[in-house]
Design a protein around this ligand. Structure first.
Ligand SMILES: Nc1ncnc2c1ncn2[C@@H]1O[C@H](COP(=O)(O)OP(=O)(O)OP(=O)(O)O)[C@@H](O)[C@H]1O
Ligand SMILES: [Mg+2]
Length: 255
């Protein structure tokens, strides 16, 4: 199984959108995929099924040893794609993790996910690198960092990557897949230049070749609770996420 955390320092850069659509791309390629919503605000749930706020989820598992993985997995209308909603955040809602050994709950969760036969597990996180997000990054194999292709956001990227290197002291096998440019506006000079600027300051291997364009269809899809690819007009976007999936597979599996 491969586990991928989707994280960023800034909010609203497209983490949840990337999590759902990348998961869909893996699911379409025949993998059994689980998306975990590790954001106490529960955004994946809102987007995929609309009523998951009241369902039990990831945080219930962390808070109560009696909660099983099985009881928090929600099937979606795509057969090979399942979801674990956030559930009730409790302490983590306040930005606090557990006092000591705080990633062990996440670790046992991921062990259960592997035992359940999933091939790919994608973990959508809250913005920032503290609390539960840090605990997730201590346990996953890889991290992908979405970043909006606009000048202000781009400036903070070298700092974010430095912070991730510190997380790697706690998780030496963490593969930093790199930055994924999102909401790229190919017809807007400032957006294109921001992306080019980022590519010029970071090592090539730390910026994904794939880019996600800004398209209204993302907003439409999340309003209807669907990955973009299942909408008729979403096929072009499917290709972008397939390219991203292949690039990730090459980096992680060498194939
Ligand atoms: N490529 C895109 N094109 C157009 N709109 C997008 C795109 N990606 C995301 N959006 C929209 O931008 C908003 C923020 O996206 P999203 O929720 O995925 O970001 P996030 O990083 O998960 O935010 P948060 O930090 O609050 O969890 C949403 O309304 C989403 O529909
Ligand atoms: Mg989100």
């Amino acid at each position: 199984m491969i586990t991928i955390g989707i994280s960023s320092q800034k909010g609203g850069v497209g983490k949840t959108t990337v999590s759902i659509n990348l998961a869909y791309a893996f699911a379409r390629s025949g993998r059994k995929v689980l998306v975990i919503d590790a954001d106490p605000q529960g955004s994946v749930g809102l987007s995929l099924t609309r009523k998951t706020r009241k369902l039990k989820g990831f945080f219930d598992y962390l808070n109560d040893p009696k909660t099983t993985l099985e009881s928090v997995v929600v099937p979606t209308r795509i057969e090979t794609l399942c979801l674990v909603p956030a559930g009730q955040g409790s302490d983590y809602d306040m930005g606090f993790g557990y006092d000591s050994d705080s990633s062990s709950g996440v670790q046992s969760f991921l062990v259960d996910v592997e035992k359940a036969g999933y091939d790919v597990c994608i973990v959508d996180t809250a913005a920032g690198l503290f609390g539960i997000t840090r605990d997730v990054l201590v346990e996953v194999d890889a991290v992908l960092v979405p970043q909006q292709s606009e000048p202000l956001g781009i400036r903070s990227m070298p700092k974010m990557l430095e912070a991730l290197k510190k997380v790697r002291l706690l998780n030496p096998r963490l593969h930093i897949l790199g930055v994924l440019l999102t909401m790229v506006q190919r017809n807007l000079r400032e957006s294109v230049e921001a992306g080019e600027g980022l590519r010029s300051v970071l090592p090539k291997k730390l910026v994904m070749d794939a880019e996600i364009p800004r398209e209204d269809i993302f907003v439409k899809a999340s309003a209807r609770g669907l990955p973009v690819g299942v909408l008729k007009s979403g096929t072009a976007v499917l290709e972008e996420f397939d390219a991203l999936r292949k690039e990730i597979e090459k980096k992680l599996l060498g194939s």
